[in-house]
Design a protein around this ligand. Structure first.
Ligand SMILES: [Zn+2]
Length: 192
């Protein structure tokens, strides 16, 4: 099982967050299977080249939930790379990476990101824990501008990309938990 070891955790301490600094060279890492699958998924908008630059030049931060992360903004879109260690491994590990819209107006103005790309980046961020087949289905529906069902709501992504709006009950949600925690107030009748 994949886990991050730091001095904040009980046993098997490998990285000391006070003294350890993850290397800035991608060649010094091994890749988790999860990370490899992310690199192959076109909907994640990360590649070996972008991850390489993020590790080399990005800001580096530590937090207790993720461990070490590198962060870089590319024309309004952030790339986040999380690194850690696997027990018994002799190299630090690239655990996961993802893109996230950090400045929508900046991203929209950039020629690097199409509307479709921004839509997909937004979706993969808010649906982070969905399996990739479902994400692909949802992306196809939103490309056709069709609402999709999630957590009982009938959801559309407005132009601003910063929320999801239920076309049945009007709920505006920024992530899937909000949809889950607020039941759709529309009761669908079997006869309609
Ligand atoms: Zn609803």
């Amino acid at each position: 099982m994949l886990s991050i070891h730091t001095t904040t955790q009980e046993s098997g301490i490998v990285f000391d967050k006070q003294t350890y600094i993850p290397p800035r060279n991608i060649n010094q890492y091994s890749f988790s299977n999860h990370f490899k699958s992310r690199l192959l998924n076109p909907h994640r908008y990360i590649s070996i080249n972008t991850v390489d630059k993020t590790i080399e030049n990005g800001e580096i931060r530590y937090n207790t939930s993720d461990g070490w992360r590198f962060f870089r903004t590319i024309d309004g879109v952030g790339e986040i790379v999380i690194v850690g260690n696997i027990e018994g491994g002799d190299k630090p590990v690239l655990i996961t990476g993802y893109s996230k819209i950090v400045d929508y107006n900046n991203a929209k103005q950039s020629t690097r990101w199409s509307d479709r790309s921004l839509n997909i980046i937004h979706l993969t961020t808010v649906l982070a824990n969905e399996d990739s087949i479902k994400i692909t289905d949802i992306i196809e529906e939103t490309t056709l501008n069709k609402p999709f069902y999630i957590e009982g709501h009938k959801v559309r992504i407005p132009e601003s990309h910063n929320v999801m709006v239920c076309t049945d009950c009007g709920l505006e949600a920024t992530d899937k938990n909000e949809l889950e925690n607020n039941r759709c107030s529309t009761i669908r009748c079997w006869n309609q």
